[in-house]
Design a protein around this ligand. Structure first.
Ligand code: TYD
Length: 139
């Protein structure tokens, strides 16, 4: 698995009034933030994702509950279980990702490096495998 795919610990300001964590561009995460979205109300057993991006990088945090993020660099696969609101997963460009095993009331925050662009998606797995092979030197 690409060593660029990694869990990043975020600062956690512990306080009897409640904890606080922080994501800042180019500090905790290695890109400038262009977009933030979140996935919620996921029905049981559903899978999200199932695509790769050519340029977009992202950072995924389980703000609430838990889910798995399955990453695949075209050569190896690894499952990352997210269940802490002070830990996130950095996903570089060119990685196939699937999200599943969402717990009830889970909330997935996704911070992205690019604007939404449907053209940036690789939606077919065989196309992704070909892309990963051709770009293995720069991914
Ligand atoms: P998609 O990226 O496929 O979600 P996931 O990877 O979680 O399964 O997006 C689902 C739909 O939402 C798709 O029709 C595109 C739309 N969408 C936007 O319009 N803007 C966005 O920033 C994102 C992430 C998705």
């Amino acid at each position: 698995m690409s060593s660029k795919c990694q869990i990043i610990s975020l600062p956690k300001i512990a306080d009897p009034r409640g904890n606080l964590s922080i994501i800042e561009e180019l500090k905790q995460i290695p890109f400038e933030i262009k977009r933030t979205y979140w996935i919620y109300d996921v029905p049981g057993g559903v899978e999200r994702g199932g695509h790769a991006y050519k340029q977009n990088e992202e950072f995924i945090v389980a703000l609430s509950g838990s889910f798995d993020v399955c990453l695949d660099d075209g050569f190896e696969k690894q499952v990352f279980s997210l269940n802490r609101s002070y830990m996130g997963l950095y996903v570089p460009k060119g990685i196939w990702r699937v999200m599943n095993n969402f717990s009830t009331n889970s909330l997935a925050l996704i911070v992205s490096s690019t604007d939404y662009d449907a053209q940036d998606y690789i939606m077919a797995y065989d196309e992704f495998l070909q892309y990963a092979k051709e770009h293995s030197d720069c991914l």
